[in-house]
Design a protein around this ligand. Structure first.
Ligand SMILES: [Mn+2]
Length: 387
């Protein structure tokens, strides 16, 4: 079994759930690297980072149900894992030749290719990505295949705005603020979480086919909206977002920003995969073995992520509504709690306690490591059951 065929049936069931949903579905993509530099005995790995480290590259597409109040994790519709080759083509290869070859930039587009939206579906499907996803070929693909997209702009590309040829970012900066929005920033690198207020403006532009000589497509003009969100502070938050979903008013502009705020779920997924299941600490002889392990753990990470989100958003729901009774009886017997009274939030904290979470008031939410450990202990308590 390899990574791809271990995950295939998971993709199918997630896609099935997305097709049945009536809510907006965000297909959030991002890249990450699994670092095995310290595992000298593992063969078959390739360069990562600045080519000094060794490991595996992954690109994950996470399907998320979105509405104004809640975010529901459905799971993966694609996860690609690959090992970069050691040799550098780039020296001998001409630029035009390089672009003929399938490159890592194509993965953003390829990740959407297996996702088919039924024609009678009334829900909105949107592909969401960060600055790495600001790729002309991706935008053009979305236009031609009727995919909605929302990506953070990186390139100050040539566009036509108000009948004039301008640079996208420069032009977007000239648009006056039309509305304000509060954005919650997660705590990062030891900094606490905080909320900031951003100004929001937007406008319509046409993207021109870049003239770099490598394009597979004919020259075309793609109509998109650019959204500028910025904090009035030195080094404050600033986003330039590109989307082909029309923006006609303030509400529609703010909604796009909410979608982009939801993008951090993919970062949380990769974090869960790395710190929770400690995938980078696995000792295996070959990279092929690691890829197969990723096939399984990559799916388990979506289940933990889904439960963590659910517990955060519905902490007071009765656990008996969502957790199979035999499992609930186990936890309640272990901690001497009442099966009828226990809430989903409490159930979840108890799982974390099994993994070593102490749970004093000052401890905040349990982290990925204790949740993952607790989940495994919990599964061990249930005879002959797999996740
Ligand atoms: Mn990224």
């Amino acid at each position: 079994m390899n990574h791809a065929n271990l995950q295939e049936s998971h993709y199918d069931s997630v896609l099935n759930a997305a097709q049945k949903s009536k809510k907006t579905i965000l297909f959030i993509q991002d890249k990450s690297e699994l670092d095995y530099s310290s595992k000298k005995q593992t063969s078959g790995l390739g360069p990562i980072g600045n080519h000094k480290g060794r490991g595996i590259h992954i690109q994950t597409t996470l399907a998320v149900e979105y509405d104004k109040k809640n975010v529901g994790i459905l799971g993966l519709t694609k996860q690609k894992a690959w090992i970069r080759e050691n040799i550098s083509y780039r020296k001998q290869e001409r630029r035009s030749e390089r672009y003929k070859r399938s490159t890592e930039a194509d993965i953003w587009r390829e990740s959407l290719e297996n996702i088919i939206k039924p024609e009678n579906s009334k829900s909105l499907w949107v592909a969401v990505g960060d600055r790495g996803n600001d790729i002309y070929d991706f935008i053009s693909f979305c236009e031609h295949k009727n995919w909605n997209f929302l990506v953070r702009a990186k390139n100050n590309r040539k566009v036509i705005a108000e009948g004039k040829k301008v640079n996208l970012i420069n032009w977007a900066k000239t648009l006056p603020s039309e509305v304000e929005k509060d954005i919650k920033l997660r705590g990062r690198d030891g900094n606490p979480a905080k909320s900031v207020t951003v100004q929001v403006s937007w406008g319509k532009v046409s993207i021109l086919t870049p003239k770099n000589g490598y394009l597979k497509s004919e020259a075309e003009e793609l109509d998109v909206w650019v959204l500028h969100a910025w904090e009035d502070a030195l080094d404050g938050l600033e986003w330039f977002l590109l989307t082909n979903v029309p923006i006609a008013n303030q509400d529609e502009a703010l909604e796009k920003i909410c979608w982009y705020e939801t993008r951090w779920t993919i970062e949380e997924y990769h974090k869960c995969l790395k710190t929770g299941c400690a995938i980078e600490k696995r000792q295996l002889q070959t990279a092929q073995g690691l890829l197969a392990v990723l096939g399984v753990l990559g799916i388990i990470a979506t289940k933990l992520l889904a439960m963590k989100f659910f517990a955060r958003e519905h902490p007071l729901d009765k656990a008996s509504k969502h957790i199979p009774l035999p499992s609930l009886h186990l936890i309640c017997a272990y901690f001497t709690l009442s099966v009828d009274d226990i809430t989903y939030g409490e159930f979840w904290r108890r799982i974390a306690k099994l993994g070593g979470f102490i749970g004093r008031k000052s401890d905040g939410d349990p982290g990925w490591q204790t949740l993952w450990k607790g989940w495994y202990r919990f599964l061990d308590m249930q005879p002959a059951q797999m996740p």
